[in-house]
Design a protein around this ligand. Structure first.
Ligand SMILES: Nc1nc2c(ncn2[C@@H]2O[C@H](COP(=O)(O)OP(=O)(O)OP(=O)(O)O)[C@@H](O)[C@H]2O)c(=O)[nH]1
Length: 384
C-alpha cells in the first residue's frame, strides 16, 4: 500500500516535471483560453459585441467602438472656389459640338453663305436660341470681314470674345447666403420635379459647409416622401440639420419650422427645398407664394434659386418661364450640363429669364455642383 502510494507520487511528479507532452491538458490548459477571447474582439469591429466577449475586455478598447456607433462621420467638403476649373473637362460634349464645330467652320478659307448657315445651325443646335444666334452670326460676319485671313489663334480669340460677350460676365452671380445679424439667409429652391432640385439643395448644403457655413435644410417637398429622406441623407453627411414635416403636409409650415430652427441654431443659411408641382400656374403661385410669405414672418428670402435641367432644351425653358412669372427668381442652377452638347442654354436661359446662372451641375458626384464662372465655361468650350 505504502509502496504503491510512493510509486504514484513519484510518477505524478515525473509527469508534472516533463517539459512537454501529450495528454496533459489540465496542466497547460487553464492559462490559455482567455488569451484569444481578449485579443479577438479588440481587433474586430463593432459587431463583435455579442457573446459576452466585450464584457471581459478592459474598458479602453470598448469606448471607441461605442463612439463609432453613435457618431457618424461628418464630411467637410473642400471650399467651392475653383470647383468649375476642376470640373471643366465635364463640358467635353459642349466643347466637341459647339467649340470644335465653330472653330472648324470659322477657320475655312472661304466663308460663303453655306458656311454661315452651318455656323447658325451649330449655334441653334447647342440651344443658344434663335435671336441670339442671329445676333452672333451678324457680329461674327463683321469681325471676320475686318480680319480678312485668319490664323487659328485669331479665330479662337474671336470666338472666345463673342461667346464671352453673350454669357455676360458682368452679371452679379453672388449667391446671397450671408446671415443678417441674428437671422440666417434663406435660399428657396424651386423648379420642376426631376430637374435635380433635391440633389441641388443637398449639393448646395455641401458647397456652403465647405465654405465654412452652418446650414439648416428644410424639406418642404412634402409631396414626394422620398425627397425628404433624400434631403436628410445629404444633410446628415455634412452635419446639417434637416427639418421635415409629415408626408403630404403643408410645405409652408415646414419652411417656417426650418427658418425657426435656423434662427435657434444660429445657422448662416437655411435652404428650403420646395415641391413646386407645375399642375396649374395658379396652384403653383399659391403654393410658392404661401411658402414665401410664411418665411417672411421670421426672415427674408434672400435667394430664389430656379433649378433647370440643361438636357431638357426648349421644353425645360418654357417650364422655367412659368416659375419666373410666379416667383421672383434671383438665380439659376443649371443641372446636368455635363451630360449635354447643348451648353448654349447658359446663354439663352439668361437672356430669356433675365436672371444669371449662378450654379452649374457638372456630374452626379456630391461635389459636382460649382459656382458658375463665365470665363472657365467659355475656355472649356473653345479649348486652350
Ligand atoms: N450628370 C448629372 N446628373 C445630375 C446632375 N444633377 C442631378 N443629377 C442627377 O439626376 C438624377 C435625378 O435627379 P432628380 O430626379 O431630379 O431628383 P431630385 O434631385 O430629387 O429632383 P426632385 O424630384 O425635383 O426632388 C440623380 O441621379 C442626380 O444625381 C448633374 O449636374 N449632372
Amino acid at each position: 500500500m505504502v509502496i504503491s502510494i510512493a510509486v504514484l507520487a513519484v510518477g505524478s511528479l515525473f509527469l508534472l516535471l516533463r517539459p512537454k507532452g501529450r495528454g496533459l491538458p489540465p496542466v497547460e490548459a487553464p492559462p490559455e483560453p482567455p488569451a484569444p477571447t481578449l485579443e479577438e474582439p479588440a481587433k474586430a469591429g463593432p459587431s463583435e459585441e455579442e457573446g459576452g466577449a466585450t464584457t471581459t475586455l478592459p474598458p479602453p478598447p470598448v469606448a471607441p467602438v461605442e463612439e463609432l456607433l453613435k457618431a457618424p462621420e461628418i464630411e467637410i467638403p473642400l471650399p467651392s472656389a475653383g470647383r468649375m476649373v476642376r470640373l471643366r473637362s465635364r463640358l467635353a460634349r459642349s466643347q466637341n459640338m459647339l467649340g470644335r464645330g465653330l472653330l472648324e467652320l470659322l477657320s475655312r478659307d472661304r466663308l460663303d453663305d453655306d458656311a454661315w448657315d452651318e455656323i447658325e445651325e451649330t449655334l441653334i443646335t447647342a440651344d443658344i436660341g434663335v435671336s441670339t444666334t442671329r445676333a452672333m452670326v451678324e457680329d461674327l460676319r463683321t469681325k471676320v470681314k475686318v480680319l480678312g485671313t485668319r490664323t487659328p489663334a485669331e479665330v479662337r480669340k474671336l470666338l472666345r470674345e463673342e461667346l464671352l460677350t453673350q454669357v455676360s460676365p458682368e452679371l452679379d452671380r453672388t449667391l446671397r447666403t450671408e446671415p443678417h445679424g441674428e437671422r440666417p439667409a434663406v435660399v428657396l429652391v424651386v423648379g420642376v420635379n426631376g430637374t435635380g432640385k433635391t440633389t441641388t439643395s443637398g449639393k448646395l448644403a455641401r458647397v456652403l459647409v465647405g465654405d465654412g457655413k452652418k446650414v439648416v435644410l428644410g424639406a418642404a417637398d412634402t409631396f414626394r416622401a422620398a425627397a425628404t429622406d433624400q434631403l436628410q441623407t445629404w444633410g446628415d453627411r455634412v452635419g446639417a440639420a434637416t427639418v421635415r414635416g409629415p408626408e403630404g403636409g403643408d410645405p409652408a409650415s415646414v419652411a417656417f419650422d426650418a427658418v425657426a430652427r435656423g434662427i435657434e441654431d444660429k445657422a448662416d443659411t437655411v435652404i428650403v427645398d420646395t415641391a413646386g408641382r407645375l399642375h396649374t400656374k395658379t396652384g403653383l403661385m399659391d403654393e410658392l407664394g404661401k411658402v414665401k410669405r410664411v418665411i417672411e414672418k421670421k426672415a427674408t428670402v434672400d435667394e430664389v434659386l430656379l433649378v433647370l435641367d440643361a438636357t431638357t432644351g426648349q421644353n425645360g425653358m418654357r417650364q422655367a418661364q412659368v416659375f419666373a412669372e410666379v416667383v421672383n427668381v434671383t438665380g439659376i442652377a443649371l443641372t446636368k450640363l455635363d451630360g449635354t452638347a447643348k451648353g448654349g442654354i447658359v446663354i439663352s436661359v439668361q437672356r430669356e429669364l433675365g436672371v444669371p446662372v449662378k450654379l452649374v451641375g457638372l456630374g452626379e458626384g456630391p461635389d459636382d455642383l460649382a459656382p458658375f464662372d463665365p470665363e472657365v465655361f467659355v475656355d472649356a468650350i473653345v479649348g486652350d
